[in-house]
Design a protein around this ligand. Structure first.
Ligand code: NAD
Length: 499
């Protein structure tokens, strides 16, 4: 069986044997490789190398560090097709979507190529007699990233692109479900000229995550995954004195106003609800039409769009979406569909039981659509993370606004309307971190920052963009005085003031 190993500057030789976890081919359902579930000994080896490499990297001027990122971007672009196939083969998302996963990560690498500008500090000339004050951003040292299965290229690049550009060494713990692309990215970073030890990959599950959270040499941890684990990571990491950002789950709503362009809204909703089999934290699994007439018109159009969806193997260029990541995850989605039925929602399209001819062992599931979902239902309150669209009918704009605002998650939300005032009002008042106006998946571009509210994010500094630079650096402020030699007659026992 093929082994997807750690990527350590000093190799994995001599490490004690670790339990192995299967990596499935979601198209066939077969195990295609195994990954070791490492622990503290593997992490220590990574930390020793990171510790040795980081001071020299931090001392390398930012323009030279940026050149390594430029080169990395070129290397990834040169093999984006094979990387997209590698990603698709472990995750199950279609190849075109896998390319998008890599490209959105590269966007952050491009942002990180501008790090000399982003790291410029602040300076005050003449803050007092002969006194100047300046602030600089310095790297933290060693940072770690713990990433989910659903974006195995983009999310690692969100983190390590900025962290490394800022002068840190970075240890990545990718999802054990699709670990190949992260390893390849680390190899390419080294090929691009990053010193050995600046980007390493440690494989594992909960034991490795806890080892990272407890290790005193790691200054900061960035996490993306489900909310229960995000909260655990935030609590344990901050208790150990680390800076932690921990992004969690989501349940994004799409509000459809009576004046919306319904054809455009339906095309957007279906793509955002079912693309990548709904396994996106910025998917739109809840649609909220305002008014019964809007709801009925939307339902009719949604049904024909859903009926036209093509489910296929992830390499099929005509497939809209492929299998979900594991059989276990499919079973979880099916349990939520049953829960919706039991709670009294109207299951209009049932995707359970779908099998793709010739690929009966694959983890495929058809699209499901519920109407008349109510806010008290557990299947509405929790994240399903599959190809399931739930319709909650609202009578008014105010009622629609309350639904995402009061939901436990607050990652993204969208409104479809032709009314600028309604859109503006919605964007200002909705209690959610990322808002789309006629944009179904409002993931901010790389030079802005990504982050939700409420149980979608623990900690208060967002991913990538200027917030990413803040997360991966700390500020040092120098107050310097160069007296001209004239005694100033000050009282050294009183707190100095500039007045
Ligand atoms: P997950 O929480 O199961 O796993 C995330 C990471 O945590 C993995 O690296 C995993 O190995 C590790 N982990 C798993 N169990 C653990 C435990 N008990 N203790 C410590 N670490 C553990 O998430 P997933 O299934 O890989 O990803 C899907 C989830 O991620 C969804 O909830 C989705 O909404 C969320 N997500 C959020 C964002 C965001 O930015 N808010 C982005 C993408 C995905």
């Amino acid at each position: 069986m093929r082994l997807i190993d750690h990527w350590l500057a000093d190799g994995s030789e001599g490490l004690p044997p670790a339990p192995l976890s299967p990596v499935f081919d979601p198209n066939s359902g077969e195990v295609q490789a195994e990954v070791p579930l490492g622990g503290a000994d593997v992490l220590q080896r990574a930390i020793d190398s990171a510790d040795a490499a980081q001071p020299g990297w931090a001392a390398t001027n930012p323009q030279r560090r940026a050149r390594v990122l430029f080169r990395f971007k070129e290397l990834v672009e040169a093999e984006i097709d094979s990387l997209a196939r590698m990603l698709s083969a472990e995750h199950g998302k279609v190849v075109a979507d896998a390319r998008g996963d890599i490209q959105r990560g590269l966007d952050v690498i491009e942002y990180a190529c501008g790090i000399p500008h982003a790291l410029k500090g602040e300076y005050t000339q003449g803050a007092g007699p002969g006194i100047d004050v300046y602030s600089m951003r310095v790297p933290l040292g060693i940072g770690a990233g713990i990433t989910p299965f659903n974006f195995p290229a983009m999310i690692p690049m969100w983190m390590f692109g900025v962290a490394i550009a800022c002068g840190n060494a970075f240890i990545l713990k990718p999802s054990e479900k699709d670990p190949s692309v992260p390893v390849r990215l680390a190899q390419l970073m080294e090929e691009a000229g990053a010193p050995k030890g600046i980007l390493q990959v440690v494989q594992g599950g909960a034991e490795m995550v806890n080892a990272i959270l407890d290790h005193p040499a790691i200054a900061a941890v960035s996490f993306v995954g489900s909310s229960a684990i995000a909260q655990h990571v935030y609590s344990r990491g901050t208790a150990a004195g680390k800076r932690v950002q921990a992004m969690g789950g989501a349940k994004n709503h799409g509000i459809v106003m009576p004046d919306a362009d319904l054809d455009q809204a339906v095309a957007d909703l279906v793509g955002a609800a079912f693309g990548s089999a709904g396994e996106r934290c910025m998917a739109l699994p809840v649609v909220v039409p305002v008014g019964e007439a809007t709801a009925d018109a939307l339902r009719a159009r949604l049904l024909s769009a859903i009926a036209a969806l093509r489910i296929g193997v992830s390499t099929d260029p005509d497939a809209d979406y492929g299998p979900v990541v594991t059989a276990e995850h499919r079973a979880r989605i099916e349990r939520y569909i049953q829960m919706g039925v039991d709670e009294g929602a109207e299951l209009v399209v049932d995707g359970r039981g779908f099998r793709l001819q010739g690929h009966e062992g694959g983890f495929f599931i058809g699209p499901s659509f519920f109407d008349r979902v109510k806010p008290h239902m557990r299947s509405y309150q929790e994240e399903i993370f599959g190809p399931v669209l739930q319709m909650v009918r609202a009578e008014s704009f105010e009622e629609a606004l309350k639904l995402p605002s009061r939901h436990q998650y607050g990652n993204g939300v969208a409104i479809f309307t032709r009314n600028g005032h309604a859109a503006r009002e919605f964007a200002a008042r909705v209690n959610v971190g990322m808002v789309g106006i006629n944009v179904p998946i409002p993931v901010p571009v790389a030079y802005h920052s990504f982050g939700g509210w409420k149980r979608s994010a623990f900690g208060d500094i967002n991913q990538h963009g200027p917030e990413g630079v803040r997360f991966w650096t700390k500020v040092k402020t120098v107050t310097q005085r160069w007296p001209d030699g004239t005694p100033d007659g000050g009282n050294a026992f009183v707190i100095p003031t500039m007045g």
